[in-house]
Design a protein around this ligand. Structure first.
Ligand code: ZN
Length: 501
């Protein structure tokens, strides 16, 4: 007897295999590949990605989807079959609407733009990148028009990373955030600064690695289904729920660099390792959205890893690991040091409070690029004005300003807001967890992370991509996305740290 759902699964599995194979090649490219491999690797990646795209966007997928949809007998959003059909339909319709000529044009323009961006950054010359960025904006608007949208073209681009969320919803949430965030940043700036000198002592790399991996193991990261390597920029990549890898980079004279990036990537990896293995080789074996993915990273990095209970447990162990650096340091001094807030130029180095201002600035500029209200040539000036307005610092060079991030050179418009959506989602989840898990912070101070991980596994991780972010959040917290929980968290934590009234 023909089973339309098995037929659909059998058809989609090789798409996931091709994507996973491409991910292995991309991981190797960032970790172990010699420079000489670059040109061939780019071709290999492009071949695998276009094979995956062709198979997924084929008419056959459409036919199999129609048959499978008729065979689904429930509208339970968590039912595997119903979710498979719903999510595949959403992604398929989106892929099928973009003409393959436009896909090819975007891919070619992106590789040229990335080269130009690298050169522009090295030479600190925005004009080398500007014409490429203009092309990418034009092509992205074309793509948005092909996909369709409710209010503005940016909706169609955002949807790729945050299905179910509109630009207007993001903008109003960010507005609410800004209203209370700016006074907090101002109050911190007026308070006596916290000293982080203890973090800038000598921390040999092998010990950083051993300590960090011990913590990752304690948190629940399964090294039998993952590994950690070194790359220029830390990332997490999943080839299957049984092989989820993370990378980091070390700075021997600045402890937080590797440690917090390990916890951050570890949070992403715990999500991927927690997806129901039954969803493997389907489009469901992925995070609900980039924002939800980021929420898992930030929850472990900030709400756990930068909390006082966490360091009550780990600081004596850290002191044992680095006696020369930390023998004369107390827990409070260390806890304050890892939570120092200071407006700075570079997003990826920003503290957890000012980070959001970097993100909102990018969101507003790229929304303007896509709706035509911002011209590419005005970006450097607008960037510096916005930095001055929101953070009170202005970069001396465009390399440290408008050229610092890779995202626009990859044509990724709509990606930036997911970082702050992740921050807000993490705080919202954390309030729900505090309600559900009695004595959560005491458990953390005892080094018991199981209750927290179990909560996340049951309510978030195992579902993979079955629920869109707004549905997941509503189901788990009973509320829509809001800036309030994060503002409560930040005002409490940094109010106490900086002695604000
Ligand atoms: Zn992340």
């Amino acid at each position: 007897m023909p089973d339309p759902l098995s037929d659909l699964r059998d058809h989609l599995a090789p798409v996931e295999d091709l994507k996973a194979a491409a991910a292995v090649l991309a991981w190797d490219q960032e970790t172990y590949m010699p420079d000489g491999g670059a040109e061939a690797r780019a071709q290999q990646l492009s071949t695998l990605q276009s094979m995956a795209h062709e198979r997924f966007a084929s008419d056959e997928t459409g036919t199999l989807l129609d048959r499978a949809a008729d065979a689904v007998e429930t509208d339970d959003p968590l039912d595997d079959d119903a979710a498979l059909v719903r999510v595949t339909r959403r992604d398929y319709d989106r892929a099928a609407r973009v003409p393959s000529s436009l896909v090819a044009e975007l891919s070619a323009a992106t590789s040229r733009a990335k080269q130009a961006w690298k050169q522009a950054r090295t030479e600190d010359d925005f004009s080398l990148f500007a014409p490429h960025l203009e092309t990418l904006v034009d092509l992205s608007v074309e793509k948005a028009e092909a996909i369709g949208y409710d209010d503005e073209p940016y909706d169609a681009l955002l949807e790729e990373f945050e299905p179910g969320l509109s630009t207007a919803e993001v903008a109003s949430t960010f507005e609410a955030l800004r209203e209370d965030l700016v006074p907090l940043v101002d109050a911190i700036a007026d308070a006596p600064q916290l000293d982080d000198e203890v973090l800038r002592r000598s921390y040999p790399q092998p010990k950083q690695k051993a300590f960090g991996e011990r913590v990752l193991d304690d948190l629940g990261y399964d090294f039998d289904r993952g590994r950690q390597d070194v790359s220029a920029h830390p990332f997490t990549t999943s080839f299957s729920p049984g092989d989820v890898r993370i990378t980091t980079r070390y700075d021997e004279s600045y402890l937080p660099s590797a440690f917090f990036s390990m916890i951050h990537e570890g949070g992403h990896a715990l999500y991927e390792q927690g997806i129901d293995p039954g969803l493997a080789r389907t489009p469901l074996a992925d995070g609900a959205s980039l924002g939800v993915h980021e929420s898992q990273a930030r929850l472990w990095e900030n709400h756990v890893g930068r909390s006082r209970p966490f360091w009550r447990h780990y600081f004596p162990k850290l002191q044992d690991t680095f006696p020369e650096a930390l023998d004369d340091v107390g827990l409070d001094t260390f806890y304050r040091a890892v939570n120092r807030v200071e407006p700075s130029l570079i997003r990826v180095e920003a503290d957890e409070v000012t980070y959001n201002l970097h993100v909102m600035l990018r969101f507003e500029l790229e929304r303007g690029l896509i709706d035509g209200s911002v011209a590419v040539n005005d970006l450097p000036t607008l960037w510096n004005e916005a930095m001055d307005d929101s953070l009170g610092v202005v970069p001396d060079t465009d390399a440290d300003g408008v050229l610092q991030d890779v995202h626009w050179s990859m044509g990724s418009f709509g990606y930036f807001p997911t970082y702050t959506l992740g921050t807000l989602t993490a705080a919202q989840l954390m309030e729900a967890i505090e309600d559900d898990v009695p004595g959560l912070h005491d458990r953390i101070a005892d080094g018991q992370f199981g209750p927290l991980l179990d909560w996340l596994r049951t309510r978030v991780h195992r579902h993979g991509q079955k629920l869109e972010a707004p549905d997941l959040l509503a189901r788990v917290t009973g509320e829509a996305l809001s800036a309030e929980p994060w503002l409560r968290y930040a005002n409490d934590k940094f109010g106490a740290l900086y002695d604000l009234t």
